[in-house]
Write a protein that binds this ligand. Structure first.
Ligand code: NAD
Ligand code: AKB
Length: 318
């Protein structure tokens, strides 16, 4: 990877991926793009270009202008936002991705990363240790787009030899940028509310166990997969990847070790039904075997790091 484009770079994962890629490949070689006009002041480097991924012409201009050879395609609408506007979710997640794949073939891109999600699964799958090879029956439009994107990426790989890689990310927890409208967002919000107000009303049930991952593992895993030897990969756009699994009540107990007065209440909404259709834990042996994936952060390490980082930032109680 010599010249990298990130789409959706101002989102939760894109922000921290940008920082790592700039550090590793040089800020002058990382082009960050997003649909948003305003560029945040705290950008960690890179060259910003405004890009709506539905604008294929502009996407092509940027690929040529910056001589891009690799793309991390992070632009998408997530599960909760997607359920509010399924048509737009399909449009952005599918048509935006196909635009990129077509241009990838046309301009012979070296590598493309297209993230997938635990949302590919749905009712009727084993909820624990969900295998790499399993039936995919998504219950949300977001999940439908992730299954379809995996299939279309694998098709472009076989048909055109385009090197496309992807991970079925669990819920990602991070301290730098707030999540953008997903079902697992509670696991980030809870830290902000615990630090600011010592209480949180959770939109999932107390025992809604879901697979989760800390951002530093997510970013490292993403880059490691992109740097892995293609000959070792038995899967392409659909690798299971896992770190930890916990429920809202288990996370609350962990937070109480640092904020003993913290109180959590439960007021489940439409997102609980989505969460209930997703696995509780995932089998990621293929990733561990093929490209030596290994997570570093468990719930204890993650909670400690989140509390330390956010407490330093959110100093005033509202
Ligand atoms: P996010 O919502 O935080 O960021 C997405 C970014 O895409 C936003 O900055 C948004 O402005 C941008 N965007 C939206 N529509 C666009 C368009 N038409 N053109 C260009 N940019 C557009 O999402 P994220 O959490 O950073 O997720 C990145 C990827 O990882 C997505 O594919 C998502 O489905 C996947 N994923 C994320 C998680 C998670 O927990 N964060 C879990 C599983 C999978
Ligand atoms: C969401 O909740 O929509 C995302 C995901 C797991 O894909 N965080």
């Amino acid at each position: 990877m010599k010249k990298i484009l990130i789409t959706g770079a101002l989102g939760q994962i894109g922000t921290e991926l940008t920082a790592s890629l700039c550090q590793k490949y040089g800020a002058e070689n990382v082009i960050i793009s997003d649909i948003r006009d305003e560029v945040p002041e705290n950008l960690s480097g890179g060259i910003y270009e405004q890009l709506d991924i539905l604008n294929k012409e502009k996407m092509e201009d940027l690929l040529l202008k910056h001589k891009i050879d690799s793309v991390f395609h992070m632009a998408a609408l997530l599960s909760a936002t997607g359920e509010k506007n399924p048509q737009m979710c399909w449009d952005v997640n599918m048509n935006g991705t196909i635009n990129l794949l077509d241009l990838g073939v046309k301009h012979k891109l070296n590598k493309i990363f297209v993230p997938s999600s635990i949302a590919v699964w749905g009712n009727g799958i084993p909820l624990d240790d969900t295998p790499q090879e399993s039936v995919l029956r998504p219950t949300t439009m977001y999940g439908v787009t992730k299954v379809a994107a995996e299939a279309v990426c694998n098709y472009y790989q076989q048909k055109f030899g385009l090197d496309i890689r992807g991970l079925r990310y669990p819920g990602i927890i991070s301290s730098e940028t707030l999540p953008g409208g997903g079902t697992t967002d509670y696991a980030v919000e809870i830290f902000y509310e615990a630090i600011k107000r010592s209480k949180y009303s959770c939109f999932l049930d107390a025992d809604a166990t879901l697979p989760m991952m800390y951002m530093s593992d997510c970013v490292r895993g993403t880059i490691e997969l992109m740097e892995a030897d293609l000959d070792n990969l038995n899967y392409h756009a659909d690798y299971n990847i896992a770190a930890v699994s916990f429920s809202p009540s288990e996370l609350a107990e962990e937070i109480k070790k640092y904020i003993p007065e913290f109180e959590i209440t439960y007021s489940p909404d439409y997102r609980q039904k989505i969460a209930a259709s997703w696995p509780r834990s995932i089998n990621d042996e293929a990733a561990r075997n093929d490209w030596a994936w290994s997570h570093e952060f468990g719930i204890e390490e993650m909670t400690k790091d989140m509390i330390e980082k956010l407490s330093a930032r959110l100093t005033t109680k509202v």
